[in-house]
Design a protein around this ligand. Structure first.
Ligand SMILES: [Zn+2]
Length: 234
């Protein structure tokens, strides 16, 4: 079971990368993905795309600055989306801004998780996300990139997950394979999720990083897929 917990679709000219529907299909086929979650600020684009790829599921991109975001979120979750993506850095808000809370209330009611970009100042550091996590202890929150490229933030992301049972860690873009094993040891394999962050990172490289992290076969099977499938689909 291979489940990718972090997939973007669309064009990203600032980064010089893009992924269209054909590209998404290719990744699912080449990587033999059983499942994955896909997102973009244009939620209708995501809805059309995941309908075309077996195993692909949408996350609702929630920008709390948009009026009616909670109702929109509820609507998309009602149509089969399996959670929410929050990007406080791109959209410019503190993770625990009161405007985020109505979205979290929808997630609580629908028992669905939020994936939050984690690892860049000023809005996506682990300690700031922890404020939101503590406000909503019954909503599952995934720290996307588990701190990203900075060891202080990576360690803090693992600490936040260790302190809060509702926090999960997602591996994409985080360079240290050894920190994946440490995360499993400290918070348990069911709360560590493989993600690729395509097209910003290569799906195969990201998977290989997890496979080389020193986990047992049993732990690896959870991190590569079972943990995410359990969180998003059950
Ligand atoms: Zn991403």
């Amino acid at each position: 079971m291979l489940f990718d917990a972090h997939m973007h679709i669309g064009d990203f000219p600032m980064f010089g990368v893009s992924l269209d529907l054909a590209g998404l299909r290719t990744i699912f086929a080449e990587q033999r993905l059983d499942g994955g979650v896909v997102f973009h600020p244009d939620n209708e684009l995501v809805s059309r795309s995941v309908a075309e790829v077996e195993g692909a599921h949408g996350l609702f991109w929630a920008n709390p600055r948009h009026p009616g975001v909670a109702d929109d979120c509820d609507g998309f979750l009602g149509r089969g989306f399996v959670g929410v993506k929050l990007h406080p850095l791109l959209d410019g808000y503190h993770p625990n801004d009161p405007s985020v809370h109505p979205v979290m209330e929808v997630l609580r009611a629908r028992r669905a998780p939020a994936l939050i970009h984690c690892g860049h100042p000023i809005f996506t550091l682990p300690w700031s996300i922890e404020e939101l996590v503590r406000e909503f202890p019954d909503v599952s929150v995934i720290l996307g990139h588990m701190g990203h490229g900075n060891i202080v933030y990576i360690n803090a992301a693992i600490d936040v997950a260790a302190r809060n049972d509702n926090v999960y860690l997602e591996t994409s873009g985080m360079p240290m394979h050894s920190k994946i094993a440490e995360a499993v040891q400290r918070v348990g394999r069911e709360r560590v999720l493989f993600g690729s962050d395509v097209p910003f990172h290569d799906a195969e490289v990201e998977r290989l990083k997890v496979e080389k992290s020193g986990l047992s076969d049993e732990d690896l099977s959870w991190v590569l897929g079972r943990s995410a499938a359990q969180l998003f689909l059950s």
